[in-house]
Design a protein around this ligand. Structure first.
Ligand SMILES: C[S@@+](CC[C@H](N)C(=O)[O-])C[C@H]1O[C@@H](n2cnc3c(N)ncnc32)[C@H](O)[C@@H]1O
Length: 381
């Protein structure tokens, strides 16, 4: 199959999967039948020719040029209440063809990049589970569900992107049970509202968060929150059709802009020890931490399989230098070395895993539960 046919098939599949999205669903259905607009995606770098890249390039264009005809269909430009009803395709096609060279160049040079703030739902759930696991390992008494988690933690995020998940304690994160019971943790007055359904049968997924005394992210391509171009691309990679995503991203950016989390440029395997050292330095300046929580959310999946084992070796080595170190993972099934297989972890889901060391000795690795990849729901067991 030639490249154009391949990308048209991908738009067709995308249109079926996301038929309910008024903009992206409709547009992908048209692009699949329109060689002139579909062909732009054939410019993508190897492995990148996905409809999401085509959509990100166009979203980036309308964010830069809100006067183009396509822009009025974007909630991120006109506001969610002002998006018209009707068929967006004539405006979209006209804009794409009028800016074809520019869009081809974006598609040829960019790759999609994300930082999903609503993943705080599962990061918050995992964080309190990590603290409880260390307490159990150290034979400390169980806390009641309403007690704040004891201990002072230092956070390291691997594959942190712009670092938005490193400030999970600055957002109001809420879960709603199927019976309507709401649980909120974090900064309850925060303008950044993260929310998901809690499907857990045994115990609430969210428990009060521990005190975070320091944080450091590491990323191959860290995004500085004052880099307008890079931040606009992160925004462009979000889907304007999905209510709340763009708004939450903007709110988080505003909250963190004045005090962005420190990000190291580097490789998440080769530089994890450097990141742990850096966060311990930060923690020492803030009075010390007794637990380092390292976490990765949809980042390890981009690392070659043998390199994932190398990361475990690095973490086990770092764990010998601190009272407690846990590795919280939110990755697709089968990605994290050492986690037990769990039949409840199906393709397309995010598996929440925990590996925990106290005094350098590792406890049994556990699957904590599963979640929607963007935190729309979480199910812990
Ligand atoms: C899909 S994004 C997820 C970002 C963030 N963790 C989240 O959940 O929103 C994956 C991130 O991992 C980073 N990444 C991928 N491989 C990496 C590596 N080997 N070393 C460092 N960062 C890496 C990418 O640059 C990107 O920022």
């Amino acid at each position: 199959m030639d490249r154009l046919e391949t990308v048209r098939r991908r738009f067709r599949e995308f249109a079926v999967e996301y038929a309910s999205l008024p903009l992206y669903g409709t547009v992908s259905r048209h692009v699949a039948d329109d060689a002139a607009t579909a062909s732009l995606l054939t410019e993508a770098q190897p492995g990148q020719a996905r409809p999401v890249l085509w959509f990100a390039a166009l979203h980036d264009l309308v964010l830069r040029r809100p006067d183009v005809p396509a822009a009025r269909w974007y909630a991120s430009v006109v506001g969610r209440g002002a998006v018209p009803t009707g068929d967006p395709w004539p405006d979209i096609r006209a804009t794409v063809l009028a800016h074809e060279d520019e869009l081809r160049s974006t598609i040829a040079t960019r790759t999609t990049q994300t930082n999903e703030v609503n993943r705080s739902v599962y990061v918050a759930a995992g964080l309190s589970a990590a603290v409880d696991a260390v307490a159990a390992q150290q034979h400390r008494p169980h806390r009641s569900p309403d007690d704040p988690a004891s201990g002072r933690v230092a956070l390291v995020e691997l594959g942190a992107s712009a670092g938005l998940l490193l400030r999970v304690d600055r957002y109001r994160t809420t879960t709603v049970s199927p019976r309507g019971l709401r649980t909120s943790v974090g900064d309850l007055g925060s303008p950044v509202l993260c929310e998901g359904v809690d499907r857990s049968a045994r115990r609430r997924a969210l428990q009060p968060l521990p005190e975070v005394v320091a944080r450091v992210g590491v990323d191959r391509h860290p995004v500085a929150l004052d880099d307008e171009d890079a931040v606009r691309w992160l925004l462009a990679c979000l889907w304007p059709d999905v209510p709340g995503r763009v708004e939450r991203f903007e709110a988080a950016r505003q909250v963190l802009r004045a005090n962005p989390p420190p990000l190291l440029q580097g490789d998440l395997v080769d530089d994890v020890a450097r990141a742990v050292d850096a966060v311990l330095d930060g923690a020492a300046r803030a009075g010390g931490a007794d637990h380092v929580v390292v976490y990765s959310s949809w980042a390890l999946t981009y690392v070659a399989r043998d390199r994932r084992f190398a990361l475990v070796d690095q973490l086990a080595r770092a764990a010998r230098t601190v009272p407690a170190l846990t590795w919280l993972t939110a990755e697709p099934p089968g990605c994290v070395p050492g986690l037990p297989d769990d039949p409840r972890a199906a393709a397309g889901l995010t598996v929440l895993g925990l590996r925990a060391w106290s005094g350098g000795v590792e406890a049994r690795a556990r699957v904590l539960g599963v979640a929607h990849p963007h935190g729309a729901w979480v199910d812990t067991w």
